[in-house]
Design a protein around this ligand. Structure first.
Ligand SMILES: [Zn+2]
Length: 394
């Protein structure tokens, strides 16, 4: 029986898989295990070989394989479909996050667009391929990963699965398509990001005698205005990428002081620097720190942490041929299939970094991802199923 696309998406939305995004977790909506169990049942029911790979407690990647006409061991083509199981949190949502609603050609719910809609489409395509077995069909490895919305640790672990001694995945796939809401355009490049914290160190005192202390918040004000200037006059004037525009830097978090009647002895900010493919993330971090060091008054005591998050960029070029194939499949299915660059990060660098041609492609618009009334257009989902199906054809 073919997979019911919309029913499958509704099933997935009903299973909370919230990424705690580095916060302390409470409640029972966190982590991906409900979705993983659902997928395992599905793959088992279809008779596909599958494996789970534990990345953290309650957080498993699950990978299934549909063998093509020519076995991989005999030189058959192998493609990987990759899609993440997690969603962002639901605070502030104006619709029921876990009660999917189908109306006016859309499905509403948390994850409908990012990216359970894309997951349902990949599942439907694999199911259709398994039933129809078109001549010359490639082997499809469907990797459903964890932790895309925060640490990208799931995809990085999948990148370690192919080993010569493995029966399940003896070599790397020939190409990877990562599902994200791209409106059926083919994302061939995206920016990277490096994030870190900076601290100023003062001396605490009673606020009635501030002169006997040293105010770390005042010092941080120097650092912040320096970074504002550096972002505007330095980073935003760096060389432009034709697909991605310019790099960027912003200060996104600030925290300092314990009470209004205490001169604060410590203030911390968190910095987000978006990189272009030709940049090295650690170098970008170092350049920003040098800029702070050059501009600060000498009385300011400060320190910078090493980056706590580094997400690679996706570089266009070696994925050109694969992008053209995906674009053709999208057009044949009624999509636009333009090759584009985007500012947001994805799982793609985990595979592209291993030298595998990788693009990002899926139904839905990034404009509806992470929103208070997240939805996906059903017509795009049908076109996506068709596109993914066509990728497996010779
Ligand atoms: Zn996503």
């Amino acid at each position: 029986m073919p997979l019911d696309l919309i029913e499958t998406l509704c099933d997935l939305v009903r299973l909370p898989s919230v990424n705690p995004m580095g916060r302390d977790i409470q409640g029972d909506v966190y982590y991906e295990h409900r979705v993983t169990d659902y997928l395992q049942d599905l793959f088992q029911g279809w008779g596909l070989p599958w494996m789970r790979q534990t990345v953290a407690p309650g957080r498993d990647n699950i990978v299934a394989r549909l063998d093509g006409e020519i076995p991989v061991a005999e030189g058959g083509r192998m493609l990987m479909f990759e899609v993440h199981q997690d969603t962002v949190p639901v605070e502030g949502m104006t619709i029921e996050p876990w009660t999917p609603e189908v109306r006016q050609g859309r499905v509403y719910g948390r994850g409908a667009c990012d990216v359970k809609g894309g997951m349902a489409c990949m599942l439907a395509a694999v199911r259709r391929l398994a039933e129809q077995r078109p001549p010359g069909m490639a082997t499809i490895v469907l990797a459903c990963t964890v932790d895309e919305e925060y640490g990208f640790t799931g995809a990085r672990n999948v990148g370690r699965l192919w080993q010569p001694e493995s029966d399940f995945l003896p070599r790397a796939p020939d190409a990877v398509v990562v599902a994200e809401p791209t409106e059926l355009d083919v994302v061939v490049a995206h920016k990277g990001v490096v994030r870190w914290r900076c601290h100023t160190l003062g001396q605490a005192a009673h606020s009635s005698q501030p002169e006997s202390g040293h105010n770390a918040i005042y010092d941080m004000a120097h650092v912040v205005s320096l970074l504002e200037r550096y972002a505007r006059d330095g980073v935003a004037r760096m060389a432009e990428d034709p697909l991605l525009g310019r790099p960027a830097l912003s200060v996104g978090l600030i925290h300092g002081g314990i009470s209004v009647n205490v001169v604060p002895d410590r203030c911390t900010i968190e910095i987000d620097r978006r990189t272009l493919p030709h940049e090295d993330e650690h170098q970008a971090w170092q350049q920003a720190i040098d800029a702070i060091g050059r501009g600060l008054p000498s009385h300011v005591r400060w320190e910078a942490d090493p980056p706590h998050q580094v997400i690679g960029s996706l570089q266009s070029g070696s994925n050109r041929q694969w992008a053209e194939q995906v674009s053709q499949a999208a057009r044949a299915a009624g999509g636009v299939g333009r090759c584009v660059g985007v500012p947001y990060g994805t799982d793609a660098p985990a595979f592209a970094g291993a030298g595998i041609p990788t693009v990002v492609f899926g139904p839905g618009s990034i404009a509806q991802a992470h929103t208070v009334d997240e939805w996906i257009e059903i017509s795009q989902m049908h076109a996506a199923v068709d596109s993914y199906y066509r990728l497996a054809l010779p």
